[in-house]
Design a binder for this molecule. Structure first.
Ligand SMILES: O=P(O)(O)OC[C@H]1O[C@H](OP(=O)(O)OP(=O)(O)O)[C@H](O)[C@@H]1O
Length: 220
């Protein structure tokens, strides 16, 4: 467990979660961002601004879940320094539409990272989800995948998306799901369906802010 995320307290939620579910370390700043994003009176301009701030925090911590190697470099004064570097071979995949909001946060940290896309359409009444479009780097099966989707209500959208990745021979243990808000039931459904996948979220709460995509992009 890194310094910036914490173990989920499963007992208080009456849900059982595996250690693969990680919560961004909470503090007053994180709680303020979550509050602004949940507030119905937040303007669209503010919503996007504060969503981008929370996204950046979640992306940074998600990157911290990727594997690192140790390395030796030489400083300008000719000294050796034992450092750390990312293992090569990562990529992002965003689930359209809301997941696209997280792409810039990832690019701000990893300039030229490849980003695939999956479009899953869900029925507004039944919540049944189906895959409409998927485009990935050709060697995605050999990469660690940062899967980006900010809201999980039932978890159906993410389940469909992960199944598409698995059809492209991406293994569960190579997927890190980067998420802002999840309901406990969605978290439980997803950790049960994909026990080897790592999930990083900022908040577990029984009501997800389902207005996210609509408000962030200003489209219905
Ligand atoms: O976990 P699920 O039950 O699948 O739900 C995930 C999200 O998808 C729906 O939004 P919408 O269809 O507007 O998604 P979008 O913003 O990505 O277009 C729903 O309101 C959630 O916010």
């Amino acid at each position: 467990m890194s310094a910036q995320c914490e173990k989920v307290n499963s007992t208080s939620q009456a849900f059982e979660f595996s250690s693969k579910l990680k919560l961004l370390r909470s503090n007053d700043q994180v709680r303020e961002l979550q509050t602004i994003l949940r507030d119905k009176n937040t303007s669209r301009t503010d919503f996007k601004f504060y969503a981008d701030r929370l996204i950046r925090l979640v992306i940074e911590e998600s990157l911290n879940q990727l594997p690192f190697d140790s390395c030796m470099i030489m400083t300008p004064t000719g000294n050796y320094y034992k450092g750390t570097k990312y293992q090569r071979g990562n990529c992002g995949v965003s689930i359209v539409r809301s997941g696209e909001a997280m792409e810039q946060g990832l690019r701000d940290c990893c300039r030229s990272i490849r980003i695939g896309k999956i479009l899953v359409e869900s029925d507004s009444d039944t919540h049944e989800a189906r895959v409409v479009y998927a485009k990935f780097p050709h060697d995605i099966a050999d990469r660690k995948v940062l899967l980006m989707y900010p809201i999980m209500s039932t978890g159906n959208t993410v389940i469909k998306a992960v199944n598409v990745l698995k059809e492209h021979r991406v293994t569960e243990d190579n997927i890190i799901l980067s998420n802002l808000f999840t309901t406990p039931i969605a978290a439980q459904t997803i950790t049960t369906a994909f026990p080897l996948m790592t999930i990083l979220t900022s908040e577990l709460y029984h009501i997800a802010p389902n207005h996210f995509g609509q408000k962030y992009f200003g489209t219905d």
